[in-house]
Design a protein around this ligand. Structure first.
Ligand code: ASP
Ligand code: MG
Length: 408
């Protein structure tokens, strides 16, 4: 349906009455243009954390379904309050919880995936309402139990609703003006990006540029929903996340990202024979631990070293797994390092600009930063470095590719 706009507001945008009034101003804009508005809300800032803490107090191992039932209440508060306020202002509005639409998800409590949304139900309800206020972050599974979509999941709720309704735009309102070329807290030169492709955004998001939940970007790409990330508290346009275009390709690098949540493991002197890597990485995968970089050296005298990275929180578990494998794969030593981080330059333009890697390596050399591991993809170059140099590396890479005096 063409005349529907989906707007999602994050926790800081609904944290109190004053902020909710700003939300209402934003909702009035498309209404004035004759559109209907689906407003997707997060819980008030801090509420989800408060609820999670409560659960921990009540139970050492909270039942997964009950936990979702609990944490989903934060969004219920937001939508009910907002809907009553909108009605006071004379708007035809009502709230909707996930199960009332329904937003059907699979059964994985705490990280459920949306399977379907009844767009027809919503369209029907828009006959009597101009504003539907939908609780983000929640769904309902086939057992009629409430599920939640993972932290930051309201973004995904919004994009999924937009896809289901074929809405022309999904606006994600937050407390920052948009997506930046790098973390503005780290680098004062960071600039707001006007347009970014889905693939670049996925890379930026997976590196901890926390403006959008990764899954929401995957959804937007799959269903070709244009996403506008912008501030609740300003009329300035933000960042458009959309299909790649020629202008994006013309730029060498779109952004610089970093990830401090890294740990490095090395198996020294493993036998270089078929099946060794399979033995190492299968048990890790079975525990759903995400391995990011992997390097295997050429072998000498039938032995080689394998180095890889895992999220820091999974280091201890992974080391235990590796110790258990000792008899099977017979390595000579097991090394690990928690004080590493990953810096990356990202851009679809890297496909047709050569020399980006060499330029990045020179920039790091000039700051005397040692590179521990390297990985590349078509649109990304990542270097693992000592984590105490993260900020310096981010700044120098940003200056090199996105700085004021950048040439070419
Ligand atoms: N309230 C949930 C969270 O904090 C979902 C969201 O805000 O997107 O993760
Ligand atoms: Mg969020």
């Amino acid at each position: 349906m063409k005349n529907i706009v989906v707007q999602k507001f994050g926790g800081t945008s609904v944290r109190n009455l004053e902020c909710m009034k700003q939300v209402l101003n934003n909702v009035r804009r498309p209404l004035a243009e004759g559109s209907k508005v689906i407003v997707v809300l997060s819980a008030m800032a801090g509420e989800t954390n408060r609820l999670l803490a409560l659960a921990k107090e009540w139970s050492a191992t909270p039942d997964a379904a009950e936990l979702d039932s609990l944490v989903s209440t934060g969004e219920q508060i937001s939508v009910a309050l907002f809907a009553m306020m909108a009605k006071d202002q004379g708007l035809r509005a009502r709230s909707l919880l996930g199960f009332q639409i329904p937003i059907v998800s699979n059964a994985s409590y705490g990280k459920a995936r949306i399977e379907s949304i009844d767009g027809a139900r919503i369209t029907e309800m828009l006959k009597d309402n101009d504003v539907l206020v939908v609780a983000g972050f929640q769904g309902v599974n086939e057992h009629a139990r409430i599920t939640t979509l993972g932290r930051g999941g309201s973004d995904t709720s919004a994009v999924a609703v937009a896809a289901a309704l074929d809405a022309r735009m999904c606006e994600i309102y937050t407390d920052v003006p948009g997506v930046f070329t790098t973390d503005p807290n780290m680098c004062a030169d960071a600039k707001k990006i006007d347009r970014i492709s889905y693939d670049e955004m996925l890379e930026m998001a997976s590196m901890g540029a926390k403006v959008l939940q990764i899954r929401s970007v995957e959804f937007a790409k799959k269903y070709n929903v244009t996403v506008h990330v912008r501030s609740t508290f300003s009329d300035e346009p933000g960042t458009i996340v959309t299909q790649e275009d020629a202008n994006m390709e013309a730029v060498q690098v779109a952004g610089v990202a970093y990830d401090k949540d890294q740990a490095q493991i090395t198996l020294v002197g493993v036998l270089d024979e078929p099946g060794v890597c399979a033995s190492v990485f299968t048990p890790i995968a079975e525990r759903k631990i995400l391995v990011d970089m992997i390097v295997q050296n050429p072998s000498r005298e039938g032995r080689t070293d394998i180095t890889f990275t895992v999220p820091r929180a999974d280091l201890d578990q992974t080391l235990k797994l590796m110790e258990g494998l000792m008899p099977e794969i017979g390595y000579k030593a097991l090394l690990s390092d928690k004080s590493v981080s990953k810096v990356s330059v990202i851009g679809v333009g890297m496909r047709n600009h050569s020399g980006v890697a060499a330029q990045a390596f020179r920039a790091l050399r000039d700051e005397n930063i040692n590179i521990l591991m390297i990985s590349t993809s078509e649109i990304k170059l990542s270097c693992l470095i000592e984590d105490k140099y993260t900020e310096l590396a981010v700044r120098t890479l940003h200056q090199t590719f996105l700085g004021q005096y950048q040439v070419g």
